[in-house]
Design a protein around this ligand. Structure first.
Ligand code: ADP
Ligand code: MG
Length: 483
């Protein structure tokens, strides 16, 4: 197998194109393009005829390659192969004998990256498809090592960062082939364990594969115990005989040389027999210290993806979904209040909800004022007048006569980027949010971009009195809108 598999990126691009050239055009031209495979620098796609290939090349090749460059940061070419579509007659279709059948081509071809939010249609489609094609799944008890709440259905995909969830779904459909190992990294409470276990739960439900989940700490403790008892064979039998190994929080292995050595051999044994391995880590693997190089290179051999703090919209969607799933009634404005004030991670969002839920059970319905009072501590220092970045963005967009979406979006024309910098400046002045948090609310920008925007406006204010008037007016409008 080649070290590179860009299927997820290809899917992401097709999805982005829908916004750019319209769903109809994408359906017309892209539904017959099939992702075949990739090398480090080339994505191979197949099309049904030479005529089709020529048309697609002229119309889209440059656009696609440009998008690939933006997405991956290095030039990737696309090449077309001509492949006649398979015959339609049902007799010609080979019988499916495997337990997990690969999803039919038409599904994997342009698997849409899910754009929203309350439910997760991609996951559901994936599972339904498997249920149809796999041997009818038996009703099973829950997996002893997995939390049965951690499923794809319960995972809200971040609109701005759909790759981690989509890669996990892909792995659950084709374990041991597409992305091996899959490494999901990111800060605490962002859903790493949830996604990892969702892979386990989906495979457990739909196949008879032997799934082994372990936090790296458990792996380490068991290793030490077995060494001490001189029962290493038992340990090897357990870990090297898994079909799917889910090893959570590998940052725990720093400095544990013996365990690293053992994991290296476990990895090789599993990898060589095409068993799926999934790792999670709280930071990029390059930042792990005291890790042997050979193990580091194993961790990153497949696909590594970064789970980020979700956008404000996704945070709202996560809260709404939890309210719905758990039948809790809380006014929408309270949900927005929580999502606005908690941008650290999902676990903190959940604990805010739990607090409100407990109150409403014991005392009575939650109002905006009650929620504000109850969550004061959770929110940390109270924001000045609770002005939200969103309110700033709306006022700024209105003032400069541009759209709110453009302000949060990627366009870099001057008529948009200047107001955006003004918004960054105002957000720093009028809220107590960090540049990281402001970046998140401004459509997922980096904190350095926010710092840069803020400084630019500060410099300009020093030399341009007219700008001070604009800023003062904007501040007045924002404060008034907040009353
Ligand atoms: P991590 O392993 O990264 O520290 P977890 O997987 O334990 O984080 O997630 C923390 C909590 O947040 C869990 O209860 C999980 O179900 C929930 N969670 C995280 N991300 C999402 C999401 N995108 N949608 C719904 N719930 C989520
Ligand atoms: Mg975790």
């Amino acid at each position: 197998m080649s070290g590179s598999d860009y299927r997820v990126f290809w899917e992401e691009i097709v999805n982005e194109l829908k916004n750019e050239i319209g769903e109809e055009e994408v359906a017309m031209w892209f539904s017959r393009i099939v992702y075949e495979r990739s090398s480090d620098t080339v994505i191979f796609l197949s099309v049904p005829t030479a005529f089709y290939r020529d048309k697609v090349q002229v119309r889209y090749q440059m656009l696609i390659e440009k998008k690939l460059l933006e997405l991956l940061g290095s030039p990737i070419r696309i090449e077309f192969e001509i492949k006649a579509p398979p015959p339609q007659s049902s007799e010609a279709v080979p019988p499916r004998t495997e337990v997990i059948s690969p999803t039919p081509a038409v599904q994997t071809r342009v698997q849409p990256v899910v754009k929203h939010t309350h439910t997760n249609p991609a996951a559901e489609t994936a599972l339904h498809t498997q249920q149809r094609t796999a041997a009818a799944p038996r009703e099973k008890e829950k997996h002893p090592l997995l939390n049965d709440r951690y499923t794809f259905e319960k995972f809200v995909i971040d609109v701005d960062n759909p790759l981690p969830a989509n890669a996990a779904i892909a792995v659950s459909k084709n374990p041991g082939t597409a992305y091996n190992p899959l490494l999901i990294y990111g800060g605490v409470g962002l859903g790493k364990t949830h996604l990892m276990q969702a892979i386990g739960n989906a495979l457990y439900r739909n196949t008879n594969l032997k799934i082994l989940y372990a936090p790296a700490e458990t792996f380490t403790n068991e290793y030490i115990e077995h060494v001490n008892k001189n029962k290493m064979n038992e340990f090897k039998n357990k870990y090297r005989k898994a079909d799917v190994l889910l090893l959570d929080d590998i940052h725990f292995l720093e400095k544990k040389e013996g365990t690293q050595e053992e994991l290296f051999h476990t990895f090789n044994a599993l990898y060589e027999s095409n068993k799926q391995i999934v790792f999670t880590c709280d930071r990029p693997v390059e930042e792990l210290k005291n890790l042997t190089d050979r193990l580091r290179s194993r961790f990153t051999r497949g696909l590594s993806i970064d789970l980020k703090i979700p956008s404000y919209e996704t945070r709202c969607a996560i809260l709404f979904k939890k309210l719905q799933d758990e039948h809790i009634a809380i006014p929408d404005e309270v949900v927005h209040l929580i999502a606005r004030n908690i941008s650290s991670n999902i676990r903190d969002l959940e604990s805010a909800l739990t607090k409100l839920e407990a109150y409403s059970e014991l005392t009575g319905p939650i109002t905006f004022e009650i929620a504000q009072r109850l969550l004061q501590d959770t929110f940390g220092s109270p924001r000045q007048h609770n002005i939200s970045v969103d309110a700033i963005l709306k006022t700024v967009a209105d003032y400069f006569n541009i759209s709110y979406i453009d302000l949060k979006g990627k366009k870099r024309t001057k008529n948009i980027s200047f107001p955006r910098q003004v918004a960054m400046y105002l957000a720093r002045e009028m809220t107590e949010l960090s540049t990281t948090e402001i970046g998140v609310e401004l459509g997922g920008r980096d904190h350095t971009t926010v710092m840069h925007g803020q400084q630019k406006i500060e410099t300009q204010l020093a030399i341009e009195p007219a700008l001070a008037v604009t800023i003062a007016e904007l501040k007045k409008r924002i404060t008034n809108a907040n009353k």
